[in-house]
Write a protein that binds this ligand. Structure first.
Ligand SMILES: O=C(O)c1ccccc1NCC(=O)[C@H](O)[C@H](O)COP(=O)(O)O
Length: 267
């Protein structure tokens, strides 16, 4: 079994356990439906922000332990002060060391779009995402049938959550174009083999309709890469490890965005 299959198998068990521990009715009670979510799509397109979706990632299957004791409060505030457009918080515990508490902490201290980065396979997780304060969820084409992608995207929209749909190849992209996602993410990392190549984003760009906000995800390490991806129409850039591998991720993020702003002014 590849790592994505392992994650999904584990997630199925985890979701069933959570359903009996915290029944969906209970989650629904904690949702304040009148609260308007903060649009990740709009923030990514804001001229005064960098387009970077800065991630809180404690560990990962490909890298192992990255920054297990990170302060979510300090890092999330620092990321946003540095000029990030949005936050991504990995809430999976088993493979990424995150938790729902990480997201609620980020929510408590920031008014900005927050992506709940998890492996969504069930409607329950969407209600849960809303109940912990997320503005957007991730759906992964490699993990779900096209019909299921659409059903989950529709369900997320009914809770006023935006959907970042992630693909890694042309087949997945074409099969998921009708799912109704708000943002199309191209993951440069193959989640089955961990192979990384930013070329994937470049190759798939022309196949993504102009009406969709394009996000390039994973393995982004330099300002030059972002400047290059912008030429292909990318407006969002999901970055985790590059910041999180520093003891002060928010400082690394600020240095990166300052350099990016300088490069953008000179372009
Ligand atoms: O990062 C992994 O090793 C990984 C393995 C299996 C499934 C998902 C994985 N990562 C999730 C992500 O997509 C990344 O955290 C995100 O795009 C940021 O990537 P990076 O900047 O390379 O940390």
């Amino acid at each position: 079994m590849n790592i994505l299959d392992q994650i999904i198998e584990h997630k199925k068990t985890e979701v069933e356990q959570r359903k009996s521990l915290y029944p969906v009715k209970l989650l629904e009670q904690s949702i304040y439906f009148a609260t308007q979510p903060v649009s990740m799509k709009k923030y990514i397109q804001r001229e005064d922000l960098s387009g970077i979706i800065a991630e809180i990632k404690r560990k990962s299957p490909s890298k192992g332990v990255i920054n297990p004791h990170v302060s979510v409060e300090r890092t999330s505030i620092g990321y946003m002060q540095a000029g990030a457009s949005a936050l991504s918080v990995l809430t999976d515990t088993n493979f990424f060391g995150g938790s729902n508490d990480d997201l609620t902490t980020a929510r408590k201290f920031n008014f900005c779009p927050i992506l709940r980065k998890d492996f969504t396979i069930d409607e329950y997780q969407i209600v849960e995402a809303k109940s912990i304060g997320a503005d957007a969820i991730l759906l992964i084409a490699a993990a779900l049938e096209p019909k299921r992608l659409k059903a989950l995207a529709d369900f997320a929209h009914s809770f006023k959550l935006e959907v970042l749909l992630e693909v890694h190849n042309l087949e997945e992209l074409q099969a998921s174009l009708d799912a109704g996602a708000d943002l199309m993410g191209v993951n440069n990392r193959n989640l089955k083999t961990f192979e990384l190549s930013v070329e994937i984003s470049k190759q798939l760009a022309q196949h993504i309709p102009d009406s969709m906000v394009k996000v390039s995800e994973s393995g982004i390490e330099s300002v030059e890469t972002i400047m290059e991806l912008k030429k292909y129409g990318y407006e969002g850039f999901l970055m985790g490890q590059n910041f999180m591998q520093h003891s002060r991720p928010e400082v690394a993020c600020k240095e990166f965005i300052d350099e990016l702003n300088k490069a953008s002014r000179q372009a």
